[in-house]
Every structure is written in structure tokens, then in C-alpha cells.
Design a protein around this ligand. Structure first.
Ligand code: PLP
Length: 426
């Protein structure tokens, strides 16, 4: 067969784009060669509906072992008792949990999308908002942090069946303990979506929600540095959902409900090649080097936030505890939208995304902010000195976002600098 040059040329173009630029999208990362190899492996040829030992297809002896390895490794990584590694994405994992624990029309609480939540936590255009009744909680206007008092009031008022924590543009640690207390007070289940900080949690740098929540979901491709995909976990403390007598029995029963909600409730055949890549990534995350990498991600984020603040930028909540930050552009550039800022920075090969800031007066298509993160650039070997340069370059571009000369001179510096930072540098 003739090679499909059209597609492979495009893949190479994307490879070059990744090599040349500074990748600051908070939800992105670069996987290792071994993760990549597992994803492009023979396992893509295999159908395996069902779960290890209980499949609807023959010939699953090998993929059963692969999937069990992924389950065992991720349980070890997060101290979980149960794991489902089949969700094709984070949104699928969340949809499966909602399918498992809610009925259509049931009420649940989630962080408002416009305040840093994720669309699968109750957006009107997502199944979470179409099928169920979401009530959004918010950040405190002064502190830029989750307003747990408001969350408690809303929980008492609306009696949700489920409370969801976690978000896509929130740079601070979560108070999982307080959330569990609120959930227990109103008889709700607590689900934490740790998609963004999962890698830092695995490294022990942030609190582990598996200790507090009934159910934890995550993506595997952000700070966890694995292939694109999702997971669902349960810890050892799944206590008496719906008044069941034994916690042990309750966890077992809930694991069956969750498994059925993923397959056949939500998906067909699992992507065993991706599950193999998840197993490789979990294996990497269990190594001491991963902890060092995660520490550098966190250190880099702090330095980048501090450098931007020194240059007069406003960071929502005043800083970051994790890998990400939300820059409110309004104080430094009242006329500049996140959309224009994103386009100008991307033209200079500094990749970021526009993002609404809490209580934004602009729409999601314009926004008043940009979101930045350090996982991908740290995977290329970046240390604190590069963060200082990045802050300088961002300011240079945003001071003159329509000046082609400024953009091309910054782009040249970016491309030259990144020659010193190979992909997969860890
Ligand atoms: N949950 C959170 C908190 C996220 O930030 C994201 C993606 O950005 C998701 C879920 C969804 O993940 P996916 O894009 O894999 O569906």
C-alpha cells in the first residue's frame, strides 16, 4: 500500500509546531516515547467489550493483563481501592458517574463554568446540564477562591444528590474535607474531578481527594502526563450510600454500578492501546523522577505567576498552588480581550488559551483573561530562568499585540530558545 503522505505531512507539521513553540496551555503535556509507542501498538486491533476476566469477545487473555496492570498501578498511585481505566476521556468519565448516581432531573452542585468549572460539571450545552439539574457555586469576589460558605448554603437550599469539586481554571488547592462535611450534612455524594492537578496529587504535592470523596475522576493527559483519556477511582471510605449497611459491600456495589455506567451505559469497546499507554504513564508516575518533575512544574508556575505580578499583571486569587494560573488582563490592558491576546501570543509561537475570569463582563468568545500552565514546558526541561524570560516575552507581545515586527522578533527568540529544550527532556 502507498504511504498516505498527505496525512503524515500534516503530522510532521504538527510535530514541528510543538518543537518550535513554548507550550503554555495548562491542560497539555508531552508524553514519553514509551507512552506514544503503546498508543500506536497492535492493541488498537482488539475488541474487548467488558472487563478483565468478563469479556464479550474471545482472544482477550493479553489485553486482560494489560488492563489489570493499568488498574493496579493507578490504585497504587492514588491509594484507591477501585479503578475504571476505560473512559475514553475526562468528560466521558464524568458523564458515566452522573449516569451511575443520578436520575434525569436530579439536582447536583458544580463550580460554574464561567468561574473555572468544566463543561461536564453542569453546562447547559453538555449532557450534565441537559439531562440533570445543575446548580452552580462560585468563587468569592475578593479572594478569587471557592466560596465554601456559599456552597454550603446552596447545598442546604437545593438538597443536591451529588456535589462536584474540581475545575479547569482554578489555581488553588481545594478544601476536600470541608466539601465532604457539606456533602455529609445534606446526604449528598461527593465527586472530585482532579483532571488538572492529578499529576501533582500523584506526586504528593497537593492533598489527595481519594481520601475524602466518594468518587474521584480524572483525565490522564494533563499533569498526569499520559495518553488522552479518563479514569474513575474510589477510595477506601465509600460509606453507606443510600443507607447500605457495610462500607465494604457498598464500595463493591458502587464499583459494579460505575463499571456498568461506563460500559455498556456510556461506551462500547475499550481502547486497549490507550489503556496500555495509561499503564505505562502510571508506571512512570510511580517513579521518583516523576516527583522531581512535578515539583519543578509547581515551582515554575509560582515563578511565572510572581514574574507576571511584578510586571503589573493580575493573577486571579493572587497566585497559584498548582501548575496553572488565570491572568486577568483588565488591570494592565483594559481594552485587550483574551481572544486578541491569545492570537497575538500564538502568532509569536507562545501557545495559551483565552479564558473567562471570575465575574467576567465579556463573553466566552472574547474573555478578559488567558490561562497559563507549566506542565508541558517543564516536560521539555524548563527551569525557573525560562519562566522569567516567558513573562518578559508575554509582556512584550501584549504591549503591542498588533505589531507584526514585535511578534516576529519575539517568535524568533522563542524558536531559538526552544532549540535548547528537546521534546521528552526528562
Ligand atoms: N474535567 C476537567 C476538570 C477538565 O479540565 C477537563 C478538560 O479540560 C475535562 C474534565 C474533560 O476532559 P476531556 O477533554 O478528556 O473530555
Amino acid at each position: 500500500m502507498k504511504r498516505d503522505q498527505e496525512v503524515f505531512d500534516l503530522i510532521e507539521r504538527e510535530h514541528q509546531r510543538q518543537l518550535k513553540g513554548m507550550e503554555l496551555i495548562a491542560s497539555e503535556n508531552f508524553v514519553s516515547d514509551e507512552v506514544m509507542e503503546a498508543m500506536g501498538s497492535y492493541l488498537t486491533n482488539k475488541y474487548a467489550e467488558g472487563y478483565p476476566g468478563k469479556r464479550y469477545y474471545g482472544g482477550c487473555e493479553v489485553v486482560d493483563k494489560v488492563e489489570q496492570l493499568a488498574i493496579d498501578r493507578v490504585c497504587k498511585l492514588f491509594g484507591a481501592e477501585y479503578a475504571n481505566v476505560q473512559p475514553h476521556s475526562g468528560a466521558q468519565a464524568n458523564a458515566a458517574v452522573l449516569l451511575a448516581v443520578l436520575k434525569p432531573g436530579d439536582t447536583f452542585l458544580g463550580l460554574n463554568l464561567a468561574q473555572g468549572g468544566h463543561l461536564s460539571h453542569g453546562s447547559a450545552v453538555n449532557t450534565s446540564g441537559i439531562l440533570y439539574n445543575p446548580v452552580g457555586y462560585n468563587l468569592n469576589r475578593e479572594t478569587g477562591r471557592v466560596d465554601y460558605d456559599e456552597m454550603e448554603q446552596l447545598a442546604i437550599e437545593h438538597k443536591p444528590k451529588l456535589i462536584i469539586g474540581g475545575g479547569s481554571a482554578y489555581s488553588r488547592e481545594w478544601d476536600y474535607k470541608r466539601m465532604r462535611e457539606i456533602a455529609d450534612k445534606v446526604g449528598a455524594l461527593l465527586m472530585i474531578d482532579m483532571a488538572h492537578p492529578a499529576g501533582l496529587i500523584a506526586a504528593g504535592l497537593l492533598d489527595n481527594p481519594v481520601k475524602y470523596a466518594h468518587i474521584v475522576t480524572s483525565t490522564t493527559h494533563k499533569t498526569l502526563r499520559g495518553p488522552r483519556g479518563g479514569i474513575i477511582l474510589m477510595g477506601k471510605d465509600f460509606e453507606n450510600p443510600w443507607g447500605l449497611k457495610t462500607p465494604k459491600g457498598a464500595t463493591k456495589m458502587m464499583s459494579q454500578i460505575l463499571n456498568s455506567a461506563v460500559f455498556p451505559g456510556q461506551q462500547g469497546g475499550p481502547l486497549e492501546h490507550v489503556i496500555a499507554a495509561k499503564a505505562v504513564a502510571f508506571g512512570e508516575a510511580l517513579q521518583p523522577e516523576f516527583k522531581e518533575w512535578a515539583k519543578q512544574v509547581q515551582k515554575n508556575a509560582k515563578v511565572l505567576a510572581d514574574e507576571l505580578i511584578k510586571r503589573g499583571f493580575t493573577i486571579v486569587s493572587g497566585g497559584t498552588d498548582n501548575h496553572s494560573m488565570l491572568v486577568d488582563l483588565r488591570s494592565k490592558y483594559p481594552e485587550l480581550t483574551g481572544k486578541v491576546a491569545e492570537n497575538a501570543l500564538v502568532a509569536a509561537d507562545i501557545t495559551v488559551n483565552k479564558n473567562m475570569v471570575p465575574f467576567d463582563t465579556r463573553s466566552a468568545f472574547q474573555t478578559s483573561g488567558i490561562r497559563l500552565g507549566t506542565p508541558a514546558i517543564t516536560t521539555r526541561g524548563a527551569k525557573e530562568d525560562l519562566m522569567v524570560l516567558i513573562a518578559e516575552l508575554i509582556e512584550e507581545v501584549l504591549n503591542a499585540p498588533e505589531d507584526e515586527n514585535v511578534i516576529s522578533s519575539v517568535r524568533a527568540r522563542v524558536n531559538e530558545t526552544m532549540k535548547n529544550y528537546p521534546l521528552f527532556a526528562y
